[in-house]
Every structure is written in structure tokens, then in C-alpha cells.
Write a protein of this length. Structure first.
Length: 133
């Protein structure tokens, strides 16, 4: 069971994530999902890498018996924090891509600027999902 809770003053200010997620069940943890294809090549733009990283996250969750709908927490590590900033030259790219994959009942979410494992890597995702026992 997963129940997302958004504080009353946040829906318009902060769409695409919940402030709190209450849950019961079995935890599934996934780390280091990046924008690299099955062929080992990196996707091009930030949006392409994020789209691919979420696809990789979906595939990995499925191997553990979970889905994107089961994600309760997501941490996005960005090589450049401007890629996640709604007010920067990149626009709201992160939220646009994110909203194509994650629907209502949003996970809690953090975006952090980090030095990633490969200079071509623009985004990496860690997630926690909960599935029914």
C-alpha cells in the first residue's frame, strides 16, 4: 500500500512529487540507473539521458517485482544542477520528462548536483519502491 501526501500549500508550487509517502510492504532498492543504452552508449541530451535512465529504472524494478508506480522515493543526481532547475535556460526539462513516466501519487523526490562516475553521464537515479507482500 502506498499513500502519497502533499501539503496543502504545495500542489501548485511543487508539482510532480509528494511531501510524504506512507507505505506498508516489502522494500525494493535500486541504485545507479543512468542514461546509458543496452549497447553501452550514452544518450545525447540531458532529456534523452533522463528518459533512458527512467527506462533503465523501470526495467530494473520489474526484475525485482516492482514498477514505477511502486516507487516511494527517488533521488536524482545531476552533473549540472541547472538541468533540474525550472528557471534556467534548459527550462523545466527534468519535470517534463519525469511527468511522462511518473503519474499521480508521486514519490518523494530529491535532486542533487554531484560528480558522477563518467563525465558523459548527465543524470543518475536511485529509487526505493515498496511492493505488497
Amino acid at each position: 500500500m502506498k499513500q502519497a501526501i502533499t501539503l496543502p500549500d504545495h500542489p501548485a508550487k511543487y508539482p510532480y512529487f509528494s511531501d510524504i509517502v506512507k507505505t506498508e510492504g516489502t522494500f525494493v532498492f535500486v541504485s545507479a540507473q543512468a542514461g546509458r543504452g543496452d549497447d553501452g552508449n550514452w544518450s545525447g541530451s540531458f532529456a534523452e539521458q533522463l528518459d533512458r535512465a527512467i527506462a533503465n529504472l523501470r526495467r530494473t524494478l520489474e526484475a525485482g517485482g516492482a514498477s514505477l508506480d511502486d516507487v516511494v522515493q527517488l533521488t536524482a543526481f545531476l552533473s549540472d544542477a541547472r538541468n533540474g532547475d525550472a528557471d534556467c535556460r534548459h527550462g523545466n526539462v527534468f519535470n517534463e520528462v519525469y511527468a511522462r513516466h511518473f503519474k499521480a501519487n508521486w514519490p518523494v523526490r530529491s535532486r542533487v548536483q554531484a560528480v558522477l562516475h563518467d563525465p558523459r553521464c548527465l543524470v543518475e537515479l536511485d529509487a526505493m519502491a515498496v511492493i505488497d507482500d
